[in-house]
Design a protein around this ligand. Structure first.
Ligand code: HEC
Ligand code: HEC
Length: 214
């Protein structure tokens, strides 16, 4: 009986998340079909990203190594991240406040805008140790590829992690591994629990040097 109730609670929770996510997908699909709406969304987003661009860059390429790139990120993941910052499931002092400044339609526009930008390779990518990168690639292919996809481009709610700054990737993986409350409930907690410092060094070397999506 307890199990049935638990299942019901889980189904309701995911239906709620799905409901919002599917509304967002409908709005995004509408944008994709209609060039006039796309232009409108893009222009509206450009107006709203003044604050965001100070940290994430106007073209979604972050200004600091501890800030994630938003360029080329999957729009659904970007949108889901906003929802988590708004609800407080994911915590970051600036982002919890920044996400609340945007309405639902603005969050769709901004997610769409950043997903359309191109990731610029960082200069550091060229000076990484080849053996380390190779080790990271192997680790990625065994543990991470099922969710983050070939070339780490992700899909839907699974984030693209290719080409993120190495410092950001390292912080994110360490936080998951150490069960930091800022990312409570993430499926990454179980995955990262198994990573050694050496794994994190190799994986972040590999991921940060992966080049922009075609
Ligand atoms: C003062 C700097 C700053 C500003 C301003 C800022 N961000 Fe952020 N943003 C960050 C940092 C740092 C993180 C990583 C926090 C974390 O680990 O959760 C982040 C994370 C994010 C993420 C999650 C990305 C991922 O890969 O998981 C999204 C989406 C995002 N920001 C969008 C925005 C938008 C849209 C705005 C403007 C409304 C904005 N940010 C304003 C610094 C900033
Ligand atoms: C079971 C599926 C799954 C597997 C396996 C998995 N991930 Fe994830 N990963 C996710 C999901 C879903 C998220 C987004 C959830 C969140 O925001 O915490 C995520 C988020 C991340 C992030 C944060 C991205 C950002 O922009 O903040 C990093 C970094 C990451 N994963 C790296 C890895 C690495 C490295 C591996 C292999 C060691 C891996 N993941 C394996 C599902 C997975």
């Amino acid at each position: 009986m307890g199990r049935v109730v638990l299942l019901w609670v889980l189904l309701c929770a995911s239906a709620q998340a799905w409901g919002q996510s599917s509304e967002m997908m409908d709005r995004l699909a509408a944008l994709e079909k209609d060039p006039a709406k796309r232009e409108q969304a893009y222009a509206a987003a450009e107006d709203r990203i003044l604050l965001c661009s100070k940290c994430h860059g106007k073209d979604g390429n972050s200004k600091r190594d501890y800030i994630p790139n938003l360029a080329g990120q999957n729009p659904q993941y970007l949108f889901d991240a906003f929802e988590k910052y708004v609800s407080g499931e994911r915590t970051d002092f600036v982002m919890n406040q920044a996400a609340k400044l945007l309405t639902l339609q603005e969050r769709v526009n901004v997610a769409f805008y950043f997903s359309q930008q191109k990731v610029q390779p960082k200069a550091e990518a060229t000076v990484l140790d080849k053996t380390l990168v190779e080790q990271g690639a192997q680790r990625f292919a065994t543990v991470c590829v099922t969710c983050h996809g070939p070339a780490a481009l992700g899909h839907d709610g699974f984030p693209r992690i290719a080409g993120q700054p190495r410092v950001y990737l390292t912080h994110a993986l360490q936080r998951y591994r150490d069960k930091d409350p800022s990312r409570a409930g993430s499926p990454m907690l179980g995955v990262a629990a198994l990573l050694s410092d050496e794994d994190i060094t190799a994986l972040t070397a590999y991921l940060s040097q992966l080049q922009p999506a075609p």
